[in-house]
Design a protein. Structure first.
Length: 368
C-alpha cells in the first residue's frame, strides 16, 4: 500500500482527494493550515489531517512516505489587505523546499499546476510546449514553481506538474470564486447567471473527481526520465466558451436567466463586485488547451462524464442542500474574503500564520 502525503488536504480539491485515494487503497495523511477547516458546505467524514503550515514541513515529515501531492497554496489573486508578495513568495519557497526533501528521500512529487498559465491564448489549441502568457499573480506563481521543479529535477528525481483545467463540482469546502461554481451558485440561489463579459472567452473544464483521477494516474505513472513532466489535464471536447457554460447551467436551472453586467444597468454592480461574485474589470484570460500529450502519457485516464452531466449533478446536490443566497454569499467559500476576515479578527497575522492566541484555543492535534 502506497503512503501518500497531501498538502492542502482541507482545501477545495484536497477535501475530496483524500477520501478518493483512500477508497482506492492508498494510505493518506494530510497537512493543512486549517484556514478553511470550518468553511463547510456539507459535513465531511473524519480525515487524517494534521494542522501544519506547509512552510514548516520538515524532511522528517516524509518518513515512510512514497508520494507527495502538493496542493497547498492560495487560490485567486490578492485583493484588499492582501498583497501578492505576502502570498506567493512563501508559496514558491516552500514548494521548492518540500520538493527538495522529496528528492533527498526518493519520494515522488506531484505538483498541482494550472492551465491558467496560458493566460491570453486566442483560438488555437495550446500544448505543453506552447508559449505561456500568465495574466495573474496566481498563474505566474504556478509557472515559477514549475521552473524551479525543472531545475531541481535529475535522472533519479522526475517531478510531475499537472496543469488542471478549470475545476468545478461539489466539495465539502467548495469555492464559489471559480467561474463554473460561481455561475451555478448564482443560478440556483438567485435565478440569475451574470456575466461580466460577452462570454466568448474560452476555458478548458474539468470535474473535481476527474482531477482526483488524474492524481491517482500520476501516482501510478512510471516516469523516470530526467526533467519535469508537464501534463495538461482535461479533454479537448470540454474546451468551452463561458457563454456555452452559462447556457448549460441555464438548461440545468430552467427558472434562471443569463444577464450581462454591462448591458443591465439596473443590476447591483457595486454589490456584485463587493461580494466578489463578479471580478472587477475585464478578465483578459482566454485559452483553448490540447490534451493529446495526456492521452499518450496516461492511456488509462478517461474523463468520467460530460460537463453537462457534472453541472446537472451539481445543481441536484445544491438543491438537496437547500442552497440559497445566504449560503452562496458565505464569505468562507471565497478564499481571499475569508482570509481578510481572519486578518480583521486577528486570528491570523500579516504573514498568513495563525496568531498564538488562536492556536491555543482552536488548533490542538490532528483532525481524525
Amino acid at each position: 500500500m502506497k503512503k501518500v502525503l497531501i498538502t492542502g488536504s482541507l482545501g477545495y480539491i484536497g477535501s475530496i482527494l483524500s477520501d478518493y485515494l483512500q477508497n482506492k487503497g492508498y494510505e493518506c495523511t494530510g497537512f493543512d493550515t486549517g484556514f478553511f477547516k470550518d468553511s463547510l458546505l456539507y459535513p465531511q467524514e473524519a480525515s487524517n489531517t494534521i494542522f501544519k503550515d506547509a512552510r514548516d514541513i520538515s524532511e522528517e515529515d516524509l518518513e515512510d512516505i512514497d508520494v507527495v501531492v502538493h496542493l497547498a497554496g492560495i487560490s485567486n489573486d490578492p485583493m484588499g489587505n492582501l498583497d501578492a508578495a505576502s502570498i506567493y513568495n512563501p508559496t514558491r519557497d516552500y514548494s521548492l523546499k518540500i520538493a527538495s526533501f522529496c528528492k533527498k528521500r526518493s519520494v515522488k512529487f506531484i505538483f498541482a499546476s494550472s492551465c491558467s498559465v496560458y493566460g491570453k491564448g486566442g483560438e488555437e489549441f495550446l500544448t505543453e510546449e506552447s508559449e505561456t502568457n500568465p495574466q495573474t499573480y496566481y498563474s505566474l506563481n504556478k509557472l515559477q514553481i514549475e521552473e524551479d521543479l525543472r531545475n531541481l529535477s535529475e535522472e533519479d528525481f522526475s517531478p510531475i506538474a499537472l496543469r488542471f483545467a478549470t475545476i468545478f463540482g461539489l466539495s465539502p469546502r467548495i469555492r464559489f470564486d471559480s467561474v463554473i461554481n460561481m455561475l451555478v451558485g448564482m443560478a440556483v440561489s438567485s435565478g440569475q447567471i451574470i456575466l461580466n463579459s460577452d462570454g466568448k472567452a474560452w476555458r478548458p473544464t474539468l470535474h473535481i473527481l476527474d482531477a482526483c483521477k488524474a492524481v491517482r494516474c500520476a501516482i501510478e505513472l512510471d516516469f523516470t526520465a530526467p526533467g519535469l513532466l508537464v501534463l495538461n489535464i482535461g479533454a479537448d471536447e470540454y474546451n468551452l466558451q463561458v457563454i456555452e457554460i452559462a447556457e448549460i447551467i441555464r438548461e440545468a436551472v430552467p427558472s434562471s436567466e443569463i444577464k450581462f453586467l454591462n448591458k443591465n444597468f439596473k443590476l447591483d454592480r457595486d454589490g456584485l463586485i463587493g461580494d466578489r461574485k463578479i471580478k472587477q474589470g475585464s478578465d483578459t484570460r482566454t485559452y483553448r488547451v490540447s490534451f493529446e500529450k495526456l492521452k499518450s502519457a496516461m492511456p488509462d485516464y478517461h474523463i468520467r462524464g460530460s460537463v453537462r452531466e457534472g453541472i446537472n449533478n451539481m445543481v441536484e446536490g445544491l438543491n438537496q442542500l437547500n442552497f440559497d443566497d445566504k449560503i452562496f454569499k458565505n464569505r468562507g467559500f471565497y478564499r481571499l474574503q475569508h482570509l481578510e476576515d481572519l486578518l480583521e479578527k486577528n486570528e491570523i497575522s500579516a504573514d498568513l500564520r495563525w496568531t498564538d492566541s488562536y492556536k491555543l484555543r482552536n488548533l490542538e492535534g490532528p483532525i481524525r
